[in-house]
Design a protein around this ligand. Structure first.
Ligand code: THG
Length: 868
C-alpha cells in the first residue's frame, strides 16, 4: 500500500449535511443509531397467539416483505418471529443498491417489482425509505465486455425495463468525475439507485402491521416439530405456536433453522466490506446526484454518499473471507447487529483501481468501513419456494443481494403460497436444485468462487469449476473425465463434447462460435450416420408403484397412462394450465412405473408428485432411483445392429417398437431398455445398476468397433433435438407457457376421462384462442448462433423472444425456437433476431428441419421418400 493511500485511510469525523444522498446504514454502522431507533419500536416480547396460518422465521427485509405481502393479500394469522430485532443480521448494514439489471430473465421482473414497490412505500405506510434513483452505469473497459453488454441488451429487449448501451461520451456526461482512458461503453439503467435498508424494512413492517400481520421480537425459535397432519409446532421460550406452514427467512441463520429439521441448507456467511469517504469538494459541487457506477473490470460498485463517495469491492476468491468458524460451529446465537473487524489490506488493490477510475477518490479520506456478514449460496442465487421432503416448509434464503430482491420475492412467494403455484417461472431459485451433494465443503468452495466472480464476464453456456467433482459422479466419470469437456448438471459431471487429436481442448467460452463448434459437428455426424454413446446417468429416475399408481399418474399427467411395456412423454401442468414438468412415464410391470426427468428437475418434480400423493391420499410407494441407477444412451442408424450383438432378444423394428420398454440382458448385464432417444434417431436408453456402467459401456464399445461407434455429448444432443423440433423443458416450456402455445398438444389429452391437474384451465385457454405461438426459425448468421432469450424483431419493434437455439449442422444455418404473436407465426414469415447488437434475418419454417427416425422409417415403408 502506498504511503499516500495510508494517509487517505486516516479516519476523520463524519460530516453531516441534510438533503444529500446516503443511507443511514453506513452512518448507523458507526454509531449504532439504528439500535436506538429500533429500541423505540420494540415492544415487550409476546407471542400474541398460539395458532398461526404462516410463521415466518427471521425479520430481515425478506421476511418482513413476505409478511407485508401475505397480510396485504388478506391472509389472516401471519406471524413473524425475529430473535433480536428487525433488520438484525445483514439487512441493517447492507449498502442498499437497487438495480433493474439482472442477467436472468425473470429475475428482472423481481427487481422491477421491488423498485416499483419501494417508490410508493412511503405514501402507503408513512415511513420514509431514503430512496434515491440517480441511475446506474455498468462500465465496460474490454471489447469482450462490450460483447457481454450487447448480449445482455438482446436479453433485456423483450422486457419493459429501460436499459441502454451508451457511448463513452454519454458515460462521461452522466458521471463527469470519471477517468475515461479505458471506458469503451456503458450499460445504463436510468431507474437504478439505492435505498436505506433499515427504513425500507421499517416501512414494510408498518405496512405488514397495518394489514394485520404480527411481528414479534425478540422471540427466538428454539425448535421445530412437524406433526403427522403436516402442520408445525414452532417452539420459542415464550411458548409454542402451531402453524399450517413455516417459512425460513433467517438470513445467515437459515442454516441453523434448517438443522432443527435435519436439513443442510447450502448457505454460508461471507464478509462483505464497503467504505465511505469524507466530503469530496468535486462531489459537493455537483448539482445532481451521481449515478451509481459498477466498474466490472475493477470489481467494485461506487456511489455518492452525501457529499462523499461509498465504494464496495468484491474481492477475488483467493482474497475474500468466509466466516470459517461459523461454517464449522454454526452462527453464534447471540450475534445480532454486529460487524466484523474491517480489513482494508484485503481490498487495497480494488481501492487503487477505484482511485484510477475516479481520481477524486485519491483526495478523499475514508471515514467509515463497514464489514458485515452476508449470506451466499453456491451459485449466488437465493433459494425461494417449498422444500422437497418436508411438508409445508418454505424457504426464502441465500440472498447475496437481499435489498433489491426483498420486495419482488415477498410478492412472488406470497402469490405462490396463496395460489398453489408460482406466479411465473423462477426455476433458477428453486431450493430443490440442491440436494445431499451440496455439502458444506462444496458450498464453501462455491461461495468463494461466486463472490470472486461477482463481476466476471458471463458467457453463454457458462461453466464454473470450484467444488467439482461432487460426490455425485456417474459410474463412467473416471473413464471419461480426460476424454471430454465435462458439464456440471445438478451435482453431476456429464460430457459436453469429446476431444480428438488436433482439437483445442478445454472450456474456451465465447459470445461467438467456440472451440467446440467443429467437434460438436463431428459428434452430430457420428449419430446421424453411424452410432454414438452418451452418458445419461444424471437423469432423475423415480419408481412409482402401489394400488393407486395408475390413478395417481392419470391425475398428475396430461398424457394418458402408458400400457405395460410402453413409454409416454408426459407433462405435469399447474392448476392454471402451465407446464410444470416434462417426464417420460414407462409402465415396466403392471402398476409399476418408472418416471424419468432431466437432471436439473429431479427434486423439483419429486416434490410436486409427493405433495399430490399426500393431498389426494393415494396409496403408492415412490422410490428415488437417481443415484443408484446408471443410464447409457445408444443412438444412430447402427444402434440396433450393435446392440443386437449383445443379446438374443429380437431388437428388430417389428419386435421392439419405438416407445416400448423391455428387460434384457446385454452381455449378461441386466438392463431395462427403452426404445427412445432425445436425438430423434434410432436409439435405446439402457437403465442399469450404477456398478455395471463401466462393463456395459465397454461391452457396447467393443461390439460397435466395426460400425465405428464413438462417444457424443450433450451439446450434440441439443443440436440433434433442435433439428427434430423436440422442445426442452426450461426453455420452450416452463411455468410461463401453456402446452398449447408450446406446440405440445399431441401430448395433452384433453379428452381423456381423468381430471388431470390443469385440464379445466387448459380447456378455457384453448377456447379463448392462443395469443402467441412457438415457432421454428432458421437464421442467416455469421459467427454467432442464437442461445435463447434473444429479442425477436419485426418492423422495427421487438415482438417476441427466442427460447433456445443452435447451429444446424444439417441446414448449415442457425436454428431457433421463438415465441411470437399468433398473427406473425405462419410458415414463411420473415422476422429478425438480435444477436450481439445486430439484427439477423430469420424465416419461420415448417417443423421439423430433419424428420425423426420413426417417422422416416414409417414414410419409407409407405414408399414415400422423406427429406432425410
Ligand atoms: N429420455 C427419457 N426421459 C426424459 C428425456 C429423455 N425425460 C425428460 C425429457 N428427456 C423428456 N423429453 C423428451 C421429448 C421428446 C422425446 C423424448 C423425450 C421424443 N419425442 C418423439 C417426437 O416428438 O417425435 C416421440 C413422441 C411420441 O411419439 O410420443 O422422443 O430423453 N427417458
Amino acid at each position: 500500500m502506498s504511503a499516500m493511500l495510508r494517509a487517505a485511510l486516516r479516519r476523520l469525523p463524519l460530516p453531516c449535511r441534510g438533503g444529500r444522498p446516503g443511507p443511514s446504514a453506513a452512518l448507523r454502522a458507526l454509531g449504532g443509531a439504528a439500535s436506538a431507533r429500533a429500541g423505540k419500536e420494540n415492544r415487550s416480547p409476546s407471542l400474541g397467539k398460539d395458532k398461526a396460518d404462516t410463521v415466518i422465521i427471521g425479520g430481515g427485509c425478506v421476511g418482513v416483505s413476505l409478511a407485508y405481502h401475505l397480510a396485504k393479500a388478506g391472509l389472516q394469522d401471519v406471524v413473524l418471529l425475529e430473535k433480536s430485532e428487525l433488520t438484525a443480521g445483514s439487512t441493517w448494514h447492507a449498502a442498499g443498491l437497487t438495480t433493474y439489471f439482472h442477467p436472468g430473465i425473470n429475475l428482472k421482473k423481481i427487481h422491477a417489482y421491488s423498485i416499483k414497490l419501494y417508490e410508493k412505500l412511503e405514501e402507503e405506510t408513512g415511513q420514509a425509505v431514503g430512496f434515491h434513483q440517480p441511475g446506474s452505469i455498468r462500465i465496460a473497459s474490454t471489447p469482450t465486455r462490450v460483447d457481454e453488454f450487447k448480449y445482455q441488451m438482446t436479453r433485456a429487449g423483450w422486457h419493459p425495463t429501460e436499459q441502454y448501451l451508451i457511448t463513452p461520451e454519454k458515460v462521461q456526461e452522466l458521471f463527469p468525475l470519471l477517468n475515461m482512458d479505458k471506458v469503451l461503453a456503458g450499460l445504463y439503467n436510468p431507474g437504478d439507485g439505492h435505498i436505506d435498508p433499515y427504513s425500507l424494512t421499517m416501512a414494510l413492517a408498518a405496512g405488514a402491521r397495518k394489514y394485520g400481520a404480527q411481528l414479534n421480537y425478540p422471540v427466538q425459535v428454539t425448535n421445530l416439530n412437524s406433526r403427522s397432519d403436516g402442520t408445525w409446532e414452532v417452539e420459542t421460550p415464550l411458548g409454542v405456536i402451531q402453524a399450517k406452514r413455516i417459512v425460513n427467512t433467517a438470513g445467515f441463520w437459515a442454516h441453523e433453522i434448517g438443522k432443527m429439521i435435519g436439513l443442510q441448507h447450502p448457505v454460508i456467511p461471507v464478509h462483505h466490506q464497503y467504505v465511505v469517504t469524507s466530503t469530496v469538494p468535486e462531489v459537493k459541487a455537483l448539482k445532481t446526484e451521481l449515478p451509481v457506477i459498477r466498474d466490472l473490470e475493477g470489481s467494485y460498485y461506487l456511489r455518492q454518499e452525501r457529499d462523499g463517495l461509498l465504494f464496495g469491492p468484491y474481492e477475488s476468491q483467493e482474497k475474500m473471507k468466509l466466516q470459517d468458524s461459523w461454517v464449522t460451529n454454526g452462527v453464534p446465537p447471540g450475534f445480532g447487529k454486529e460487524l466484523f473487524e474491517s480489513d482494508l489490506d484485503r481490498i487495497m488493490e480494488y481501492v487503487e483501481a477505484a482511485m484510477e477510475m475516479v481520481p477524486v477518490l485519491k483526495k478523499a479520506n475514508i471515514i467509515n468501513t463497514v464489514s458485515g456478514p452476508i449470506t451466499y449460496s453456491p451459485d449466488i442465487l437465493p433459494m425461494v419456494g417449498p422444500h422437497q421432503g418436508v411438508r409445508n416448509y418454505w424457504v426464502a434464503i441465500g440472498f447475496g443481494y437481499g435489498i433489491i430482491h426483498a420486495g419482488g420475492i415477498g410478492k412472488y412467494l406470497s402469490d405462490w403460497i396463496l395460489e398453489g403455484e408460482p406466479p411465473f417461472d423462477l426455476i433458477e431459485l428453486d431450493p430443490n436444485r440442491y440436494g445431499k451433494w451440496t455439502t458444506t465443503e462444496y458450498t464453501a468452495a462455491k461461495a468463494r468462487e461466486s463472490y470472486g466472480f461477482n463481476n466476471i464476464i458471463i458467457y453463454p453456456k457458462e461453466e464454473r469449476f470450484a467444488g467439482r467433482p461432487t460426490e455425485r459422479t456417474s459410474g463412467l466419470y473416471d473413464l471419461l473425465k480426460t476424454k471430454c469437456s465435462m458439464g456440471f448438471h445438478a451435482g453431476w459431471e456429464q460430457p459436453h463434447w469429446f476431444y480428438k487429436p488436433g482439437d483445442e481442448t478445454g472450456y474456451k467460452p465465447s459470445f461467438r462460435r467456440t472451440n467446440w463448434f467443429d467437434p460438436v459437428g463431428r459428434e452430430y455426424k457420428q449419430v446421424m450416420e453411424r452410432v454414438g454413446v452418451i452418458d445419461l446417468s444424471p437423469f432423475g429416475k423415480f419408481k412409482v408403484k402401489g394400488t393407486d399408481s395408475v390413478k395417481l399418474l392419470d391425475h398428475l399427467f396430461a398424457n394418458v397412462v402408458p400400457k405395460v411395456g410402453s413409454t409416454n412423454i408426459s407433462h405435469m401442468l399447474t392448476p392454471k394450465g402451465k407446464v410444470y414438468a416434462e417426464l417420460t412415464v414407462s409402465q415396466l410391470y403392471p402398476g409399476e412405473f418408472m418416471l424419468v426427468t432431466g437432471s436439473g428437475s429431479e427434486l423439483h418434480d419429486l416434490r410436486w408428485i409427493e405433495e399430490e400423493v399426500v393431498r389426494g391420499g393415494y396409496k403408492v410407494e415412490i422410490e428415488n432411483m437417481t443415484d443408484e441407477m446408471g443410464v447409457l444412451g445408444v443412438a444412430g442408424p447402427y444402434a440396433r445392429q450393435v446392440l443386437q450383438r449383445l443379446t438374443a432378444e429380437d431388437l428388430s423394428d417389428g419386435s421392439f417398437k419405438f416407445l416400448q420398454s423391455r428387460h434384457l440382458k446385454l452381455s449378461d448385464i441386466a438392463v431395462t431398455a427403452i426404445r427412445i432417444s432425445y436425438t430423434g434417431e434410432l436409439g435405446w436408453e439402457l437403465y442399469h445398476r450404477k456398478e455395471d456402467s463401466v462393463a456395459l459401456y465397454n461391452a457396447i464399445m467393443d461390439a460397435g468397433q466395426k460400425e465405428g461407434i464413438d462417444n457424443f455429448g450433450t451439446y450434440a444432443l441439443n443440436a440433434l433435438r433442435l433439428e427434430k423440433g423436440f422442445r426442452a423443458w426450461g426453455a420452450e416450456m416452463n411455468c410461463d407457457t401453456n402446452p398449447l402455445e408450446a406446440g405440445l398438444e399431441y401430448f395433452v389429452k384433453l379428452n381423456k376421462p381423468a381430471d388431470f391437474i390443469g385440464k379445466k384451465m387448459l380447456k378455457q385457454i384453448k377456447e379463448k384462442g392462443l395469443k402467441r405461438r412457438l415457432v421454428y426459425l432458421t437464421l442467416e448468421t455469421d459467427d454467432v448462433d442464437p442461445e435463447g432469450n434473444e429479442s425477436v424483431w419485426h418492423n422495427g419493434k421487438v415482438i417476441g423472444n427466442t427460447t433456445s437455439g443452435s447451429f444446424s449442422y444439417s441446414a448449415k444455418q442457425s436454428l431457433a425456437f421463438a415465441y411470437v404473436p399468433t398473427e406473425l407465426s405462419k410458415v414463411g414469415q420473415k422476422l429478425e433476431v438480435e444477436l450481439l447488437g445486430k439484427n439477423y434475418s430469420a424465416t419461420i419454417i415448417q417443423e421439423p428441419l430433419v424428420l425423426t427416425e420413426p417417422t422416416r422409417t414409417r414414410l419409407q415403408r409407405k414408399g414415400q421418400s422423406p427429406k432425410i
